[in-house]
Design a binder for this molecule. Structure first.
Ligand SMILES: NC(=O)C1=CN([C@@H]2O[C@H](COP(=O)(O)OP(=O)(O)OC[C@H]3O[C@@H](n4cnc5c(N)ncnc54)[C@H](O)[C@@H]3O)[C@@H](O)[C@H]2O)C=CC1
Ligand SMILES: O=C(O)CCC(=O)C(=O)O
Length: 454
């Protein structure tokens, strides 16, 4: 009997289904839409992917675990947060992706991040599936003891869902070395085994050299590869950067080392503009201020009076520059701001953050033929070095900073090459969004085909 099931739905029909199955999950729907438009074009004449409903399956996480996290604050109040782990796809390796602690965390945000992570991890060429987790916990203003109690409580539930060959979380917004230490300590205490279940660990207990720098440096290496492909270079160019955390400060450091001049950094309060350039001494001050003092970026102008602070949550995209690196959070660069950057002559955009540009903003860059690197390609250096941390833990060895630096440089060159292979438009322009989506998809999809219907 002939099947009445239409496996050849078009992009609109597919997206209608995604919206119906994920009501109100705007970030997740946005991430799927951005990928689906390229994948539909790619699989148009590839019956095997339609037959196996591969895209439909990738857009449905393997599982979403949500749980209660109770902890006691310093005033003995009992606080209740919600934690999640989204295990999106493990076709090519154990689930892998960071943990985010921020009040804006929802299931939709974590589903979009886990979905993006699946393609990103595939692009690295390393055997890692995609996952992401987190909680609507705000570490800002909390004491070390409160953060420790929260992390321990979070891990007391999470530990049963993860493992070195199952799911290997790491850091993300609000989760850095301090939080990884507290969570790793609690995991080890519960299972009574030392195993590489988290990455981003301290160097004293199995962490990898180069992991703290890897995402920001990697985003600049990707930028360098794009510019080189277009016959240009970072040296002598100005850059606007958003954020002032791990990714932003290391991106600023690498731009500066390569002869560029960084003009801005930001946080949710606003941005600082330093026309003299944010050099290494100033970057070191920001790193210390954000990681140890845990202060605001507005304090920068008290230390470096040549700079100005622009408050009320203002974003830096109106400052004229050659290069732009959004390194804070999702949807922090909209259509109007993209137009402003293009109007000011931006040459290239490299996303250190995940999905920082809205869909409309992406279209502005694509239409203007700006060199535009989406986060899933540009910021893959972090998870790539996490993959190398997993290898080092499994082998009970550790590689040195120099060797890992070389490996990171090669990995980013490889990711750039894959984007060019699938995104070359034949007119000298590379559509890096298309290139990253198709290259990331193909490996995962082919692995899924090999497994049959699972
Ligand atoms: N840490 C890593 O290895 C990787 C991080 N990413 C992405 O990079 C971005 C930044 O992450 P990290 O630097 O690790 O986090 P972080 O916690 O070290 O820093 C986050 C920065 O973003 C700013 N920020 C947060 N929400 C904001 C908002 N609503 N408006 C303006 N600024 C805001 C914070 O003030 C802070 O400066 C995120 O999108 C994350 O998913 C991507 C790949 C790997
Ligand atoms: O290093 C990792 O496993 C996670 C990095 C991450 O969360 C990301 O790439 O967005």
């Amino acid at each position: 009997m002939a099947s009445v099931y239409d496996r050849h739905v078009d992009l609109n029909g597919f997206m209608e289904g995604v919206k119906k199955r994920n009501p109100g999950q705007t970030e997740f729907i946005q991430a799927v839409q951005e990928v689906a438009q390229d994948i539909f074009e790619f699989i148009e004449d590839k019956e095997e992917y339609h037959q196996a409903q591969i895209l439909r399956r990738i857009a449905e996480p393997d599982r979403v675990v949500s749980f209660r996290v109770c902890w006691e604050d310093d005033n003995h109040n009992i606080r209740v947060q919600r934690g999640w782990r989204v295990q999106c796809n493990n076709a090519i390796g154990p689930y892998k992706g960071g943990i985010r602690f921020h009040p804006s965390v929802t299931e939709s945000v974590l589903k979009f991040l886990a979905f993006e992570q699946t393609f990103k991890n595939s692009l690295t060429g390393l055997p890692m599936g995609g996952g992401k987790g987190g909680a609507n916990f705000n570490p800002k203003g909390k004491s070390d003891a409160e953060v420790m109690r929260f992390c321990q409580s979070f891990m007391t539930e999470l530990y049963r869902h993860i493992g070195p060959d199952t799911d290997v979380p790491a850091g993300d917004i609000g989760v850095g070395g301090r939080e990884i230490g507290y969570m790793f300590g609690q995991y080890k205490r519960i299972v009574n085994r030392w195993e590489g279940v988290l990455t981003g660990k301290g160097l004293e207990y199995g962490g990898s050299a180069m992991r703290p720098e890897a995402t920001g440096y990697g985003a600049v290496y990707f930028l360098q590869n794009m510019l080189k492909h277009g016959g240009k270079d970072i040296e002598g160019h100005t850059a606007v950067i958003s954020g002032s955390g791990n990714v932003a400060t290391h991106a600023a450091e690498k731009i500066t080392q390569l002869g560029g001049k960084v003009l801005t950094l930001s946080d949710s309060g606003g941005f600082i503009y330093d026309p003299d350039g944010i050099d290494q001494e100033k970057i070191d001050w920001v790193k210390h201020h954000k990681t140890h003092t845990r202060g605001r970026i507005s304090d920068y102008v008290d230390h470096f009076p040549g700079a100005s602070f622009h408050g009320d949550g203002a974003r830096p995209w109106g400052v004229a520059a050659d290069l732009a690196l959004p390194c804070a959070t999702q949807n922090e660069l909209n259509e109007e701001e993209a137009k402003e950057l293009v109007g000011n002559g931006v040459i290239a955009v490299s996303e250190g953050a995940n999905m920082p540009t809205t869909l409309e903003g992406v279209h502005v860059f694509q239409e203007a033929k700006v060199m535009y690197a989406p986060g899933k390609a540009a910021n893959a250096g972090g998870v790539a070095v996490s993959g190398l941390e997993m290898s080092q833990n499994s082998e009970r060895i550790s590689w040195n900073h120099g060797r890992l630096g070389e490996m990171l440089t090669e990995l980013m060159e490889g990711i750039h090459g894959k984007c060019v292979e699938f995104g070359d438009q034949g007119d000298g322009h590379v559509d890096y969004v298309k290139g990253a989506n198709i290259a990331g998809f193909k490996k995962v999809a082919d692995a899924m085909l090999a497994f049959g219907v699972v």
